[in-house]
Structures are given as structure tokens and as C-alpha cells.
Design a binder for this molecule. Sequence first.
Ligand code: FAD
Length: 361
Amino acid sequence: MSEAVQTRKSRHKGELNPRLAAYKGVWVFIEHERGQAHPVSWELLGEGRKLADLLGVELAGVVLGAAGEETRRFCAEACRYGADLCYLMENEVLRDYRNDPFTQGLTELVNTYQPEILLLGATTQGRDLAGSVATTLQTGLTADCTALTIEPENRGLLATRPTFGGSLLCTIVTLNYRPQMATVRPRVMAMPERDASRTGRIVEHPLALAEDDIVTKVLEFIADDSRDKPQLPFADVIVAGGRGLGKPENFQLIWDLAEVLGAEVGASRPVVQAGWVEPDRQVGQSGKTVRPKLYIAVGISGAIQHRVGMEGADCIIAINNNPDAPIFDFAHLGIVGDALTLLPALTEAFRQKLATMKQTG
Ligand code: FAD
């Protein structure tokens, strides 16, 4: 049984229940697979650093894996991305991700060292693990957050996420339980600077668990074939098309511009639902979150469910024939006009410009 705190918050403002106050520090679960860390772990360390500084506590990475250099180097890397220390749990049963041993391991670490905040990526692995760890600890978990900050009075985590189908943003507080857990999708938070000279402590903690104690067995590892699929979340330039393009044949204009710019192609949900492009290209609340340097949105109205997936772009250019389209409220540059006329003209202009640049070296 976990040691989750189940006591009521003090009635006095600013005075934290002593059982809650025993929980200190911000933790980020470092997700990795076959020697590769998931970049969302570093993004979360960037955000975790801000939370830890606001609270005046340490930021820790948490690495679980098979014993060896491959696992240990994630601890060093976590410190380069802002962690003060890293909790390391090594055991052969942690070689490949499985819910059972990872839940037991992470739960044991939390119960031993008592962090007040625990962040995980909202990836397949992170979602699976966060749910079972929160359930085992009987604490609160806010999934798919878009913003995190600290309530100064009670040192509580304010976790903001879309609700009611994305039409509202709500901020959730875990008042009576610790740790306060949250997951965040990749690319929602900015990647922090990596400081190669930064180092930190490593706290090793054993996991007394044998392979025979685990029901789930790994028979074979099949690499994720999505490596060949669109890598929208990490693209620098995205040209995205929406329902305003009118019909599937017109979507070719998006592909043409993307090809000239060396960009990835994105789409709004109606376009995906109509089968014009594959689901992997959907940007938004029920699709991918992207953070490119340039996002060109063509024939997309800018509904909140689309916006939450792309508003982290450095520069948003919107092309829409309706000057009152919501996308113009947050685009950095807006072009009011007919996409079917503008797209071929833009593609040709970029083609010529690039050809001239090549000629002149
Ligand atoms: P519309 O809203 O129909 O907009 C088309 C735009 O094109 C209009 O602004 C119009 O002025 C413009 N236009 C028309 N003709 C032209 C032309 N010739 N030239 C230039 N502009 C033109 N949506 C997503 O995108 N991603 C999601 O992940 C997502 N998740 C959702 C989850 C839930 C739970 C719900 C309820 C909805 C979700 N949606 C999502 C749907 C979302 O609410 C909008 O319906 C959708 O984003 C609208 O897509 P659109 O902008 O392509 O189409």
C-alpha cells in the first residue's frame, strides 16, 4: 500500500498541512527506449527548472533502466538540461518498458524520496506509466497539460489543460495529495538550452524485483515503423491545409508549396476525416502538437482545437479569404485572399527565388 497523503489541507491560507509539506522537489521522468531518450524529457526539464526555481527546491531527473553505461548517461544528460540531481534505478527487469516493473520502481522512488511534483511526457509510455503510478499512489494526475505554474500562496501546482472538447481551458489543482502529477505532450514546452558543462549528483536506489515476479514478458522488440511516417512535431517548416481548399485535388497545392520549401505537410481535422491526407498529419488537440519555426496555415479557420496544436510556432502565416477568420487573431502575418490563386503564385515565387539563390551561390 502506498504512503499517499490523504489528509485535508490546513484551513489557514499559506499554511501547508505538515504531511504535504514533507514532499519536496520537482521530478521529471526521463523516458528512453533502446538507447534513445525521448526529447519530451528534456522539454519537461526546461519547464521543471522554472517550477523548481519558483518553489526554491531542487529539480531531479528520474532514470529507470537496465544496469550499464547506456542508462547512466541519461542521468548526466538530464543534468546538462537543468537537473540538479538524478535518481537512478537499475535492474535487468527495467530493460524494456513494461507497466508492472516501471510502476513498482517509480512508486517506490516516490514513496522513499517524496517529491511534491512529478512530470511525465504524454507519450504512449508516459501516459501508461503516469496513470498506473497515480492510481497506485492514490494521488492526482492532470493529463495533457498545456501550461504549468505555481500558486505562490500554497505552493500548489496549477496545471492547465483543454476541456469540454477543447473549447475551454481549465486549471486543475491537487489540494490534498502528493505528489502532484502531470503529463505534457511533446513540443508543448520549449526545448531548453543544453549546457555541456553542467553536472549533478546521482542517487542510486535498487529495485528488489526479479523477472519471475513479473507476469508480462517481452518476447520480441519490433521497432516503431512510425520513423518513416511524417515527423511533424520536429519539423522546422510546416505548410498546413484546411477545409478552405474545397476539394481533395486542391490539396496538391499544399504539397507543391511544401516541396519547394522543404517543409512537412500538416492538416486540420476535417481534411483528415475526409480522407484527403493520412491521420498522422493532423495538427491540433486530437492530432499532433508542433513547434516549427514557420507554420503556413492555408484555408484553416483557427478553431481552438487546431490552435492548441500549433500556437507554439515561432512564426504563423495565415492565408484565408475571410478577414474575420479567428486565425488572424493570433497569426503573425495574415494574407486575405483566395488560396487557390495565392498558392500557385507563392510556390512559383519561392521556386524562382531559390533558383536565383542557388545560381548566385
Ligand atoms: P473550417 O473551420 O471550415 O475553416 C475553413 C476556413 O477556410 C474558413 O476560415 C474559410 O474562411 C477559409 N476558406 C474557405 N475558402 C477559402 C479559400 N478559397 N481560400 C482561403 N481560405 C478559404 N481540428 C483540428 O484541426 N485539429 C484537431 O486536432 C481537432 N480536434 C478536435 C477535437 C474535438 C474534441 C473537437 C470537438 C473538434 C476538434 N477539431 C480539431 C475540429 C475543430 O473544432 C474545427 O472544426 C476544425 O479545426 C476546422 O477545420 P478547418 O479550419 O479546416 O475548417
